[in-house]
Write a protein that binds this ligand. Structure first.
Ligand SMILES: [Zn+2]
Length: 338
């Protein structure tokens, strides 16, 4: 089953650039730029933290070591190369412009370095990637507006939407209505992390006020049958990440993770790995956990693949072609395990 889950073609809609930096690379880059790191014996010990706030501190600290064009190109290339090894063919990846700008990198250095990494990964591994500029919801709404202004002043074909991440509980989505309205007016796509650690009404705010086309996480949706029913009827795609969120919210108890209820209710969920090295996971491991602990069958993974394609911001002819080719490939692999 693991080999099958590794081999099936994958879309990736929920991975964060900084969360995907390998520990050894973080050590290299922080050393290069003289950024202090916590004491560690092995680089992997760096990524060991008791709660989400310590995790976010590590995330921001590592960003202080990513400054030059080559640094951005390197971390982007490395995560896409790893993804390609797990048969991820297409990714829409979050990055936080305001985090990097606060660390001393200009937006142009950051985004153009990432684009170089994307181009190199396409050449070497055939993987395609687009970027989602994510609002840090723990910062001010005014900074989010400035971030969108920066995107509009420095447009790049690869940057196709905005998202919203960092800790949710005390930072509700309505604070960012203006940044989202500006992004929507400019033709950017919209998504947001919601109801990961807050009530399900954040999902309705995200859909109705911010105009989001999909929802990242969304686990607390299971607390409201009306909202869950609405999301099912409207075909809202949820990008769910089993490993990173079980650790934070469900005491590593994968079996009681809401993803299973969401799937069984008929919500349109796809699976991804969020911050792979920082949570000791990878694009296949999150699928394996879903198979072993959340009752996912071969047919469920087929549906997840199709949901992922539906959830992308690719044009409809491209999606049609992906559905046709990928289902053929999926079914041939599934026949082998039968
Ligand atoms: Zn996330």
């Amino acid at each position: 089953m693991s080999a099958f889950l590794k081999a099936i073609p994958k879309v990736s809609l929920h991975v964060h650039l900084m969360g995907s930096v390998q520990a050894r690379t973080a050590v290299d880059l922080c050393t290069k730029h003289g950024v202090a790191l916590p004491d560690f014996d092995e680089p992997d010990d760096l990524y060991d933290y008791p709660d989400i706030y310590k995790f976010l501190h590590m995330y921001d600290n590592t960003a202080l070591g990513v400054i030059d064009h080559e640094d951005f190109a390197r971390i982007c290339y490395e995560t896409l190369s790893e993804a390609a090894a797990h048969n991820v063919r297409y990714r829409e990846m979050f990055f936080n412009p305001t985090t990097h700008m606060a660390a001393g990198a200009s937006y142009e250095t950051c985004v153009d370095g990432l684009i170089d990494g994307i181009n190199a990964a396409r050449t070497d591994h055939g993987i395609e990637c687009r970027l989602i500029a994510a609002v840090n919801r723990m910062e001010s709404p005014e900074l989010a507006v400035e971030m969108v202004e920066t995107l509009l002043d420095e447009p790049r074909d690869e940057v196709i939407g905005i998202g919203m991440d960092y800790a949710e509980a005390d930072f509700p989505p309505e604070r960012f209505w203006k940044a989202y309205a500006m992004a929507e007016d400019a033709g950017l796509h919209l998504t947001a992390h919601q109801s990961e650690d807050a009530p399900p009404r954040n999902i309705e705010t995200c859909l109705d006020l911010l105009g989001c086309e999909r929802v990242d996480h969304g686990y607390h949706v299971i607390e409201s049958v009306p909202i869950m029913t609405r999301c099912r009827d409207e075909g809202v795609v949820f990008t769910c990440t089993p490993v990173s969120t079980a650790w934070v919210y469900f005491g590593d108890d994968f079996a009681s993770h809401p993803i299973r209820t969401m799937k069984d209710f008929g919500l349109k969920i796809m699976l991804d790995c969020d911050d792979p090295p920082m949570f000791q996971t990878d694009p296949t491991r999150d699928y394996v956990i879903a198979a072993e602990h959340m009752g996912f069958t071969v047919e469920d993974f087929r549906q997840c693949m199709l949901n992922g394609i539906d959830g992308t911001w690719l044009d409809e002819p491209t999606k049609r072609q992906m559905r046709r080719m990928w289902t053929g490939e999926f079914d041939a692999l599934a026949a082998q395990i039968d």
